[in-house]
Design a protein. Structure first.
Length: 184
């Protein structure tokens, strides 16, 4: 059985994007990116909503760039090797390989996917992750807190959901980012 994992890079005040929808302030440096790669390596399937999928689809071609950092090229290979499921009522076709479109997020289908999985599953994006957390599907949470307060934006964690967490690990990085690993 695979675990369902939600990882997010967020501001210290809990936003994955600021009020303008940007997240350049959260771009991981080489040290953080290499650490993220090791967390992502066991993932066999990514679950995305349409918007997060459109952002992540850039990884389909990332390794053809000749001037990318080694950690970026490594992540591109990890991402390309995994299956992707995109939940969208408006997206008609996938633009990346190993990708299928589902019209809506169905918690029972994800429970069955977890039971049948031989590798871990990652839920990407705070909106879809909120649904998975509310449905009791998420097993682990990885938060990378960036040393910035942005004031408003897209929240990393859902409102109106109470979940007890157990701290499983933590790590500080040279750029001020702190990684918190929780079990749900």
């Amino acid at each position: 059985m695979g675990k369902l994992i939600y990882s997010a890079i967020a501001s210290l005040d809990g936003y994955t994007t600021d009020e303008d929808g940007t997240f350049g302030w959260a771009e991981p440096d080489e040290e953080v990116h290499a650490f993220v790669n090791e967390l992502e390596r066991p993932v066999g399937t990514y679950l995305y909503g349409r918007r997060m999928y459109e952002v992540m689809a850039a990884w389909e071609e990332a390794d053809v760039l000749s001037d990318v950092r080694p950690a970026i090229r490594d992540y591109a290979r990890i991402w390309q090797a995994a299956e992707k499921i995109v939940y969208s009522k408006t997206l008609e076709a996938a633009t990346t390989s190993k990708t299928r479109i589902e019209p809506e997020f169905e918690p029972e289908a994800v429970r069955r996917l977890k039971l049948a999985a031989v590798r871990d599953i990652s839920v990407g994006g705070p909106n879809l992750a909120s649904q998975a957390i509310a449905a009791g599907l998420v097993d682990e949470l990885h938060l990378f807190l960036s040393p910035i307060v942005v004031g408003r934006g897209n929240q990393a964690l859902p409102d109106g959901v109470r979940v007890e967490l157990a701290l499983l690990g933590e790590r500080r990085f040279g750029n001020g980012v702190v990684h918190l690993h929780y079990g749900l």
